[in-house]
Design a protein around this ligand. Sequence first.
Ligand code: ANZ
Ligand code: ZN
Length: 877
Amino acid sequence: MTQLSQTYDPKSIETTQQQKWENDQRYKTNNEKTDKPTRYMLSMFPYPSGKLHMGHVRNYTISDVLSRYYRLKGYDVMQPMGWDAFGLPAENAAIANGVAPADWTFSNIDNMRTQLKSLGFSIDWSREFATCTPEYYRWEQWLFIQLFKKGLVYKKLATVNWDPVDNTVLANEQVVDGRGWRSGALVEKREIPMYYYKITTYADELLNDLDKLEGHWAPQVITMQRNWIGRSEGMELHFPYELDDEQKSLDVFTTRPDTFMGVTYVSIAPEHPLATHLAQNNSELQNFIAECKKGSVAEADVAKAEKLGMATGFFVKHPITQKDVPVWIANYVLMSYGSGAVMGVPSHDERDFEFANKYDIPIVQVITNDQATGDYDDKNWQDWYAVKGTCVNSGEFDGLNYQQVFDELLAKLEPQGLAKKTINFRLRDWGVSRQRYWGCPIPTINCEHCGTVPVPESDLPVILPTDVVPDGRGNPLNKMPEFTDVNCPECGKPAKRETDTFDTFMESSWYYARFASPNYNEGMIDKTNADKWLPVDQYVGGVEHAVLHLLYARFFHKLMRDEGLVNGDEPFANLLTQGMVLAGTFYRQNDDGSKTYYFAEEVSLSADGKTATLKADGQPVIIGKIEKMSKSKNNGIDPQATIDQYGADTVRLYTMFTAPADQTLEWVDDGLKGPFNFLKKVWRYAVDFNKNLQAQGKAQQDLVISQLNVKNLSKETKNLRRKTHETIAKLDDDLGNRLALNTPVSSLMELANELTAFEVKSSDDLLIANEALTSLLVLLQMFAPHMAEVLLENLGLNPLALSYPSVDKSALVQDSVTMVVQVNGKIRGKLEVAPNSDAEWLKAETKKLDGVVKFLTGDIVKEIVVPNKLVNIVVKG
Ligand code: ANZ
Ligand code: ZN
């Protein structure tokens, strides 16, 4: 056997190891039915942007450590990888560089695959797929057609951002300050037909099934799901009015019918039919409505926008007081929520309050409660607004609480058709049409005679042409008759193929299920394999995907379940949302208010780290905040450069060790030295250890622990043995139960410290040191798989035959513990005693110690015993 060098050189081992794993298909999933338990480990698959970033490294290392853990524990593990390959960046790159999105995407995939492989992840690469291939997206088209037939997909008009210069629809993020990002033209709103998935049909189930997620889930993720679905119980109330001699009523949705008597106006959305009607002969209202239609269509922007309104001069009747209530058109009322109309209660609703103050609308307090102190006025009204209490200034409802008013109103108004109990969801149906080239073609044909006709299943897939370079002026598919011109499948006459493509959230909504049978040609999912692997046991990804992506995937799972493709109600049993990777920033303030950011390596820090200068000119730069790594802040650390410098094992170890997986990780370049030195130390020790063994003519089979007489071991030897088994038990609990990935690394470091300080004095000692070393290396395989495996093999062990070490409980028992003895909080001695010794006995023994006696100079006022740790005597005088 060739001797390993004493110095740890990751470059010389890592690629060799990776090659070896690839050659013997080490991490290929066992798909046969076995009696082993299975574990499906999945990290959110990447968008192939071209390069890995540190967020990826952290994400995939987490799932890799856990995958390796379950492999050691004897599970059949599946850890796949693929590419979320459709999306806007490819089109933008095409516009910038004139390359076809397909070429750009596939060459990025090649780069990133190489990078991922250089990190030594135990991925089953035979399952790899990119979502932009027809083999994948055809099943998305197939499912669309099934849902279309079932009525779970429908078409309706929707408002989009329209760039009148480039003649193209813009995504919300392509609208910058109300203008098209490329043309700079003022963006307009346009109504175009789009396809919708009826996710609202599943709203109740999506909400209720959150209770089934009993595994590891961050509570805020569940809350975000709940809020996004946004179930509100409330009441629909009608305000009667007369228009053109017709009796009608304006209905509003409210969650606070108890504030009904505080209504001082009613506001309607600019798109509300009543608004349209009232504006017919009123140019001022028409202009105002047109004004409201400008700007972004994103709901978040609507919420932030300044509240604008205009009185219509029209009145409706309050059904209880019979008084006239003015109708306003307001930009903060969404047409898509409730009935597109709101009863304005400025005294108890924040938005109404802002609106009423702006337009001098009366504010009448109608709720009082004991929690709020002082009198109700403009300044402290917030104390009241969210709180349910008792009605005041409310006529017949005075003194009643929320529920009582609710019931009274219903009893009174429902028989007249003026009130109804309702439930509203904030969740909207999912608009899936995008006017983009680089996406999955929507499989429909538009026929003048037959309308929308789905592409027959036998004609699937509708293949997206890939030799196309978009120029930013509309969807290039529209200029390709070879794509658009078809005969209608129903009447046979000439028709046009749909050129819209799916929202790219679609591909990421079911990839987790496809991984179970990635090459299956007979259908979307092969049920047998899906049953073996689903649900995903552990999903890992960024919290930014814990709202929409998660919701859509949960929705798709239910759709596929109802299609008979998968079992179970939920796609993911556990979700670990990892924290962001942050780094420090350095910048200079420019005259125009902008900032110029510098890379950390361009800057020198003062000794105390409080000031910094630019190396280039020696002039000061400002030390900015520690922020998420990003291109715009020049604070991204390139994983490749770090791997080249330290090796993948150190990078993996560092990303796991530096912070708990679900918290932010503050990247400090110097921080890599700690884990690197630790690996060097283990390397050196293991190489020396093996040399010594060989010198003694010993091999692993001569070092069998069962031959040992444990009772005769020295205290030091017992301590090392205990440390070994404590570490084995600790990691098992950390990784298997607590999902803690940072503390295992410190435990391994502690074990390595004890081992390297341990002196081998007897053959028994050698057995114990060997046990400690091999356990350390087996466990270290999860974090630093390359070097650990090389060292294990060097010791003559077969890595394929190794499993998670078992804990010898008897090794955990301590014969004695060392307790610290203090007087008035200062250490004055030590006691070597049996574990869990009696407290009274301990107090007595303490007072016999020479080191202690001389400090017992006054009255003993208190004696504190912390079991197995400490005795503290408090003296006074
Ligand atoms: C009167 C009121 C008084 C309200 C009060 C709240 C507090 P959630 O809980 O999100 O369902 N609302 C109803 N339809 C709306 C629309 N289309 N656009 C904007 N706001 C609308 O919110 C329900 C509340 O949002 C409703 O209850 C209504 O204001 C407003 F002290 O009615 B409330
Ligand atoms: Zn037709």
